[in-house]
Design a protein around this ligand. Structure first.
Ligand SMILES: [Zn+2]
Length: 175
């Protein structure tokens, strides 16, 4: 028996809204890669790819930049100003550096966005960020459009072990 993973109507709407905020070439390549993934039962066992973020406002970017760099009070002030929920006291995520880009510097900050982030929805409804699954998805997405660069292989040399900073869920269009 194979578990099937389907999006709810609300999830379908949010996926469409996120993709509508992404550059058409990138959204098209994502659609191609998603189609190939869904057609492969072995890949589908790893979950259904979803876009967790496309466009990100400069204020949200500044709040992400503050993670791991600012104290909780200053960080949460930026998060609330950007419309993001505050981190609880003791949050490990609040102390983790997740980006090296300030507001306006990320490919996510363009309208439409030049970048999107991917995760995998599981049959139980949870969302998983799994490097092995993202590596397999990267093969499909980069095959769909050679201008796409993956955040786990910034220098585009087919290796993920020679990067200064890895952003596994992140894909962006260059040029
Ligand atoms: Zn990203």
């Amino acid at each position: 028996m194979r578990a099937t993973i389907t999006l709810t109507a609300a999830q379908q709407a949010s996926q469409a809204a996120r993709l509508a905020q992404v550059r058409p070439e990138l959204a098209a390549a994502y659609g191609t890669a998603l189609g190939r993934w869904i057609d492969d039962p072995k890949l589908l066992l790893l979950g259904l790819p979803i876009v967790t973020e496309g466009y990100r406002s400069p204020a949200e970017q500044d709040a992400l930049y503050a993670q791991g760099r600012y104290g909780l009070l200053a960080l949460n002030r930026l998060r609330l100003a950007a419309g993001l929920p505050a981190f609880p006291v003791g949050s490990a995520e609040a102390r983790r550096i997740v980006t090296y880009k300030r507001g306006g510097q990320s490919h996510h900050n363009h309208q439409p966005s030049w970048a999107l982030d991917v995760a995998h929805l599981q049959a139980d409804g949870s969302v998983k960020w799994d490097n092995a699954a993202l590596l397999l998805f990267s093969h499909l997405l980069l095959a769909a459009d050679a201008r796409i660069v993956w955040g786990a292989d910034w220098n585009h040399n087919g290796r993920t072990d020679d990067e200064h900073f890895q952003d596994w869920p992140h894909f962006e269009l260059v040029g």
